[in-house]
Structure formats: structure tokens, C-alpha cells
Design a protein around this ligand. Structure first.
Ligand SMILES: C[S@@+](CC[C@H](N)C(=O)[O-])C[C@H]1O[C@@H](n2cnc3c(N)ncnc32)[C@H](O)[C@@H]1O
Length: 431
């Protein structure tokens, strides 16, 4: 397929997403099944167009005077991919799969481009939902538009080298064809920066090294917060929201397979992949606790660390899942914050005196982060916030790169740490 056909396909997929409210990944998959002639590069290019359109839906929509699928995809082609309107129209004329030619109005709007954004509101320029403006301003003060704009780019592909089975040098060598580089902050990470236009994301999970457990795919931000849990050699750790075990695996490696990690989650389906992952990674210090009444009772008052990697709105991962940015509602946010408060209270009985409760989200919203910590500390004055800069200094060689909030938590973002958005706060139980 040439670019015109790919643009038509992206318009088709976006229409499906908009009208049938389907998740993007599903709509792309369905399109691929229905159009078997399209190769892997076509599917990757179409996916890039669709995701790029959603990342900058508000600003592209403002420039075009419409955020319908055609307007968005044309805006991506010209404003993000650097195509010229006249050249595009010439290519359209020669391709029977092309969209309708660009109209005079569309060309004029695209030529005005960024100039027309000067009259747009902050939320539009930030490509963020308007109803979250005050929350985002509270999180990042007058830097919030810049912070959010940095969340409209494509994310890199990051790996964590599994030190139980391999080393950075070895993995770098095995993945040389993808030109990985060392991550700037996480000590065992590798990064493959995002490409532009129709670049394909490297398929690392079919690599021999992956199958042998030498590395896992994990955003550098997730690696950083896992390291900050400070899961020390020989300790007793409960990963209360383990899911598929991304952070469990990182902590198991940091502990060098010593001590004991208990991995728990209320959702069996989310927990299911952890068994294979533990095996592939050569992890021997993790006990998976299947959900059920009283499943954690014997751990009460015994844990050195309890990690709550809380269910959240995922606003920190908007680069990867830009459709969720526009689907988030106040009701969903309220539901998540209620779950988070309940989890924090539930964790208390499990932490031993002197032990640490670690609260992590992949959200940048204060309602899910500092507000939760402030309210928790009122309910549980026996907990004190551990100094994040000290934890950072002990685990990571670079000076503190993340933003701190009023509660003493850390906020990681694409702009400040070059990672997904994360929140981290460690609270020590005094008695
Ligand atoms: C952010 S995800 C965890 C991701 C995982 N820790 C990782 O690093 O791959 C949050 C998880 O919390 C789980 N969860 C939600 N409510 C819970 C509860 N009350 N107790 C335990 N787990 C819960 C969800 O099923 C989900 O798997």
C-alpha cells in the first residue's frame, strides 16, 4: 500500500473507533483481518496514523475546524508526518484507494497550522480533556501545558534486563539490530527510541533472549518506581496489586531471588500470565496468592514492604493509550479514587511496625496521588512519609530527576524523566 491508501485505512479505523466506541487495538486488528493484502509495514503505518491522530485530537481538531476522522488523519499527515498538501493531492490523484482530495478550506487551515492555535484555550493546546484542566494545573502549576504537550509524543520501547539470567551487554548484543541504548536513569534498562512517520516498533518478544528470560518489556518509569520500593535482600514483600507481575519480577531480580515476595491480585485473569513469566525469568522467591477470602490473613503484621500498584485512570500512559485520554469520565475517576483509598486502608494491617507501605500509580492526577496520601495520613497518623530523595539517592546513580509534590511523593513524566507518568510515595509505619 502507498500513503494514500494507508490514510484511507486510518480514516476507516478511526471512524470505527468513534462510531462503535471500540478500543483502538481491536479496531486495528479487525481491519487487518478484513484486509489480508495489507502487510506488516502497512498495518504498522496505519496504527501510527491512528494513534498519532488520537494523541493530538484536540489541537489537530482545532486547526482543522473539525475532529472527524478525515480531518484528524489529514492533519497527522501534514502537521506530524511533514507531507505537503499539494504533493498529497497529486499522490491522491494517482491512487484509487486515496481519500477525496484536500479541499481549498482544508489546505488553508493546514497552512495556518500552529498560528490558529494561538487563539485556542489551554486544554486544546495541551491536548488534554477540558474537565481536567484544574487538576492538571494543580499537579504541574504553570508548567502544565508544557508537561501535557510532552505527553502527546510517541513512547519509546523500554526493556529491563533480568539480572537473574543476563546482563546489559549481553542483551544489547543480542538486540544489536534494533540499536538499543542504555536507559538514562534505570540501572538495568535499555531503550529503543520511537521512530517517526511509519516506523515499526521492534518485535522484541520473538527474540531468543526474550524467550530465554533475559529481559522483559517495561517502561523505564515502571523500572524506576520498582527500584524505589527498596525491596531489600532477604525481605518479606507483598505485591498487593501484582497483575501480570511487571513489578514483582523487577523486585525479585533486585532481591537476587532471596527473601519472599507474595504476589496477589483480586483478578485471576490479570494474574494468570504471572506463572509463565516467573518461570521464564528464573524467579524462585515469589509465592503467588490466588484471590479468595482470607488469602492474606497469615501475612498480617509481617511485611517489610507492602506495594500498592494501584488501579488508576492511567493518565500517565496517555502516550501509549491515547484513546483513554478522551474516554475518561469524572465517574470513572471517582470510582478509581474510592478503590485506591480502600486499598490503602486494607494494606495497613499487613505492614509490620517499621515496615513500609509503597503507593504507586501510573497517573498524573493529584486526586489519585497526593490527595490520597494526605487523606490516608489523617486516617493513619502512625505512618510517616519516607524521604523520596534519599530513596532515589540510594537506588539510582543520577541526581533526583523527578518532580516532588507537597506530600513528599515523586511524579515522573515524559518531560522530566523521559518516562511514562508515574506517582511514587513510600510511607513508614512507626508503630
Ligand atoms: C496497575 S495494575 C497492576 C500492574 C502490575 N503491578 C504490574 O506492574 O504489571 C492494578 C491491579 O490492581 C488490581 N486490583 C484492583 N483492585 C484490587 C484489590 N482490591 N486488591 C488487589 N488487587 C486489586 C487489578 O486487578 C490490577 O491488576
Amino acid at each position: 500500500m502507498r500513503l494514500p491508501g494507508r490514510l484511507s485505512a486510518a480514516i476507516e479505523v478511526l471512524t470505527e473507533v468513534d462510531t462503535r466506541h471500540r478500543p483502538v487495538s481491536e479496531a486495528l486488528k479487525t481491519w487487518g483481518i478484513g484486509n489480508r493484502f495489507a502487510g506488516a509495514s502497512d498495518r504498522a503505518a496505519i496504527g501510527n496514523l491512528v494513534y498519532d491522530a488520537l494523541r493530538r485530537r484536540a489541537s489537530h481538531g482545532h486547526v482543522m475546524g473539525s475532529d472527524d476522522p478525515r480531518a484528524l488523519v489529514l492533519a497527522v499527515a501534514i502537521r506530524d508526518w511533514g507531507e505537503e498538501p499539494e504533493m498529497l493531492n497529486a499522490a491522491f490523484a494517482e491512487d484509487r484507494h486515496a481519500p477525496e482530495p484536500l479541499t481549498k478550506d482544508e489546505i488553508a487551515r493546514l497552512e495556518r497550522g500552529d498560528d490558529s492555535l494561538a487563539s485556542a484555550g489551554n486544554a486544546t493546546r495541551a491536548d488534554a480533556p477540558e474537565w481536567l484542566e484544574s487538576a492538571l494545573e494543580r499537579a504541574f502549576s504553570n508548567e502544565w501545558v508544557t508537561q501535557l504537550r510532552a505527553m502527546t509524543g510517541r513512547p519509546s520501547l523500554d526493556l529491563r534486563v533480568n539480572m537473574l539470567k543476563s546482563g546489559r551487554e549481553r542483551v544489547m548484543k543480542s538486540l544489536k539490530r534494533f540499536e538499543p541504548m542504555e536507559t538514562a536513569i534505570a540501572p538495568h534498562g535499555l531503550r529503543m527510541p520511537a521512530g517517526s512517520r511509519d516506523a515499526r516498533t521492534p518485535n522484541v518478544t520473538s527474540d531468543e533472549g526474550y524467550l530465554k528470560g533475559w529481559f522483559e518489556v517495561q517502561d523505564e518509569g515502571s523500572q524506576i518506581v520498582s527500584a524505589l520500593v527498596d525491596a531489600t535482600v532477604g525481605g518479606q514483600v507483598l505485591d498487593l496489586c501484582a497483575g501480570a507481575g511487571g513489578k514483582t519480577l523487577a523486585m525479585a531480580a533486585a532481591m537476587g531471588n532471596t527473601g519472599q515476595i507474595f504476589a496477589y491480585d483480586t483478578d485471576r485473569t490479570r494474574l494468570a500470565p504471572i506463572y509463565d513469566r516467573l518461570k521464564r525469568n528464573g524467579v524462585r522467591n515469589v509465592q503467588v496468592r490466588a484471590p479468595g477470602e482470607g488469602a492474606l490473613d497469615d501475612l498480617a503484621g509481617r511485611m517489610d514492604r507492602v506495594l500498592i500498584d494501584a488501579p488508576c485512570t492511567g493518565t500517565g500512559t496517555w502516550r501509549r493509550r491515547p484513546d483513554t485520554k478522551w474516554k475518561l469520565t469524572p465517574e470513572l475517576l471517582a470510582q478509581r479514587t474510592a478503590e485506591q483509598a480502600a486499598l490503602l486502608d486494607e494494606a495497613v494491617r499487613l505492614v509490620k511496625p517499621g515496615g513500609t507501605l509503597v503507593y504507586i500509580t501510573c497517573s498524573i492526577l493529584p486526586q489519585e496521588n497526593g490527595d490520597q496520601i494526605a487523606a490516608f495520613r489523617i486516617r493513619h497518623p502512625e505512618f510517616a512519609v519516607r524521604d523520596a530523595a534519599t530513596l532515589w539517592g540510594a537506588q539510582l546513580s543520577l541526581p533526583l530527576a523527578a518532580v516532588t509534590d507537597a506530600e513528599g511523593g515523586l511524579i515522573l513524566t515524559p518531560l522530566t524523566t523521559g518516562t511514562d507518568g508515574f506517582y511514587f510515595c513510600a510511607l513508614q509505619r512507626k508503630s
